[in-house]
Design a protein around this ligand. Structure first.
Ligand code: ZN
Length: 120
């Protein structure tokens, strides 16, 4: 599972701001060795007893060798914490908010563009 959406009407994901090693470390994994693919630890998506979860330190992809879960960091955070795409990007410190940079010129009452951007 990949989170392919990289932008919506109010902001976008900045994948370049994500450091996979830091991000997975903050999720509680103890990452040893150098990549790209390294063993990260217990898979959070099934009842794991051995360290089945591998991550790619270059791309941020994760993969479980036991239950078969596979996805990128955004998908990982979305599923693990029950977040939507934007919340996951914010959790990763990689959300660029584009909604507030010209508030004076955007009227939410009359701008069709603003209404389009209102989808979650
Ligand atoms: Zn698993």
């Amino acid at each position: 599972m990949d989170a392919k959406t990289t932008r919506n009407g109010r902001g976008r994901l900045r994948r370049d701001l994500i450091n996979p090693r830091d991000a997975y470390s903050r999720e509680g994994f103890r990452l040893k060795g150098s990549g790209p693919w390294i063993e990260a630890g217990i898979c959070p998506f099934h009842d794991d007893h051995k360290p089945s979860f591998r991550v790619n330190l270059e791309t941020g992809r994760g993969r479980c060798m036991s239950c078969g879960w596979s996805g990128d960091l955004v998908a990982f955070v979305m599923q693990r914490h029950g977040l939507n795409f934007r919340q996951a990007a914010e959790h990763l410190g990689a959300w660029e908010d584009l909604s507030g940079f010209s508030p004076a010129t955007v009227s939410t009452a009359t701008s069709p563009r603003a209404r389009q951007g209102g989808r979650p």
